[in-house]
Write a protein that binds this ligand. Structure first.
Ligand code: GDP
Ligand code: IMO
Ligand code: MG
Length: 431
């Protein structure tokens, strides 16, 4: 019996995790975000109504479900309250449903300024970050000069910490990057203004999750970004700054690895990437443009166009190893409905050798050439199909091939953006 389910992206983000977590949360009692920050953009569509979440877990719309932001998340309180207000205006009782770990590292405006200054300095080599201060906040956390949510609860201590940190940030901004400094007292005033509202929402997330387990309640751990953006295992340095692999669910919410039961990896039926870095199966042709158009491949956070390409099995094999995947969820199948033929990258060619697993880091991956296998398209609409049996045979052949090639079962399929446009082939939480 599974008590917990970790849901992670297997590619470069935007696999449809938000939709899947929202769907799954209907069968659970709690959902925990464990890494990343407001670089994420998770889109939920329920009966045609769209909600975009960045920081707040994708289970928030469910009554009777507790949502948590774990210690592994880097938290911009301005972004948090903007999101909270929008949800409250839409009638979602966020304050009653959501708790945050006091150990979350805060993102301040100076982290955002530094993120943008660093990108500017890299020029052509820029990572293509979301410009949300994610990297600098994680740097400060690792360097032990980060400011945590708990620190905000003591105004004098908070002031001293922020003055110290921003002095350092402003030194970098002015002296190293030749950029304008940020105004420290304005930050202090704005952030202290959030303290009173956030205080009742703090909770020891690890203990709360343990209590859910002890009541035999099911818990979902919601990943952001994707495996190829993992700071260790992705296309470094073109990555985000957190552990996006399943192990991050343990460290980022304060539970042990034995508490993670089922690991569900979400992949699109093709691949997208937003930002810089190598992308072996990228299509810079009409097919890529078609996927972008039908799939509406524009980022929910920055509005940037997503690069599109074929499904990449070597990349998925690496993700499967890094996250000890239990099963796959394949999304956006309907986006490929009109294609005459569909290619899958089954291996790479690198310096005359065949590679089954994507190499670590960006440098070697950039030299890899995809080896494709071609499938015929199904050329019929799969939009909104909820019964596996009703899928066209060509689509079933595509799924069977992927399952065998990765030695993983496909346990969920998504055939449209709406919550109900979902096929589930496994009852994750059956007793
Ligand atoms: P996330 O970051 O992994 O949560 O994914 P995003 O929400 O950023 O991007 C996925 C986009 O695809 C969103 O606009 C979803 O509404 C949409 N989407 C999710 N699943 C499907 C699907 O099966 N078919 C189609 N056509 N769109 C989908
Ligand atoms: P969700 O959760 C897609 C990418 C950025 C950039 C790199 C580093 O919606 O899947 P960062 O701002 O994190 O320092 O940027 O990571 N990136 C994402 N790409 N989906 C996301 O989140 C992303 N979050 C970060 O585009 O290439
Ligand atoms: Mg997204």
């Amino acid at each position: 019996m599974n008590r917990s389910l970790v849901v992670i992206g297997l590619q470069w983000g935007d696999e449809g995790k938000g939709k899947i977590v929202d769907w799954l949360t209907g069968h659970a009692k709690a959902v925990v975000r464990f890494q990343g920050g407001h670089n994420a953009g998770h889109t939920l569509v329920i009966e045609g109504q769209k909600t975009v979440l960045h920081l707040i877990p994708s289970g928030i719309l469910h009554e009777g479900v507790s949502s948590y932001i774990g210690n592994g998340v880097v938290l911009c309180l301005r972004a948090f309250f903007e999101e909270l207000e929008l949800l409250i205006a839409a009638g979602v009782p966020v304050v009653e449903r959501l708790k945050l770990s006091p150990a979350c590292t805060l993102i301040l405006p100076s982290h955002i300024a530094l993120d943008q200054a660093r990108e500017l300095q890299r020029g052509e080599e820029k990572i293509g970050t979301t410009g949300r201060g994610i990297g600098p906040a994680y740097e400060d956390k690792a360097a032990r000069r980060g400011i945590r949510l708990a620190d905000l609860m003591d105004a004098n201590r908070f002031k001293a910490l922020v003055r110290d940190l921003v002095r350092y940030h402003n030194f970098l901004l002015e002296q190293y990057y030749q950029q304008s400094p940020v105004e420290v007292e304005a930050i202090i005033e704005e952030w202290l203004g959030y303290a009173e509202r956030i205080q009742p929402m703090l909770a020891d997330v690890s203990v709360c999750v343990k209590e859910h387990f002890s009541r035999n309640e099911k818990v979902i751990f919601e990943g952001a970004q994707g495996a190829m953006l993992d700071v260790d295992h992705g296309t470094y340095p073109y990555v985000t700054s957190s552990t996006t692999s399943a192990g991050g669910a343990a460290s980022g919410s304060g539970v042990g690895p034995r508490d993670l039961d089922y690991v569900l990896g979400v992949t699109k039926a093709y691949t997208t990437r937003v930002g810089g870095g190598p992308f072996p199966t990228e299509l810079q042709d009409d097919v890529g443009a078609h996927l972008a158009k039908i799939g509406q491949e524009f980022g929910a956070t920055t509005g940037r166009a997503r690069r599109c390409g074929w499904l990449d099995l070597p990349a998925l094999r690496r993700a499967s190893i890094n996250s000890s995947l239990s099963g796959l969820c394949m999304t956006k199948v309907d986006v490929m409905d009109e294609l005459d033929e569909i290619k899958v990258c089954v291996a790479y060619e690198l310096e005359g050798e065949r590679l089954e697993i994507a190499p670590l880091g960006a440098e070697r991956l950039a030299l890899c050439r995809p080896i494709y296998q071609t499938f015929s398209g199904w050329k019929t609409s799969t939009l909104g199909i909820t019964d596996y049996a009703l899928l066209p045979d060509a689509a079933k052949r595509y799924f069977s091939f992927v399952q065998e090639a990765l030695d993983l079962p496909i346990v969920m399929i998504s055939t449209g953006p709406d919550r109900r446009q979902t096929i589930h082939l496994l009852d994750f939480f059956a007793d």
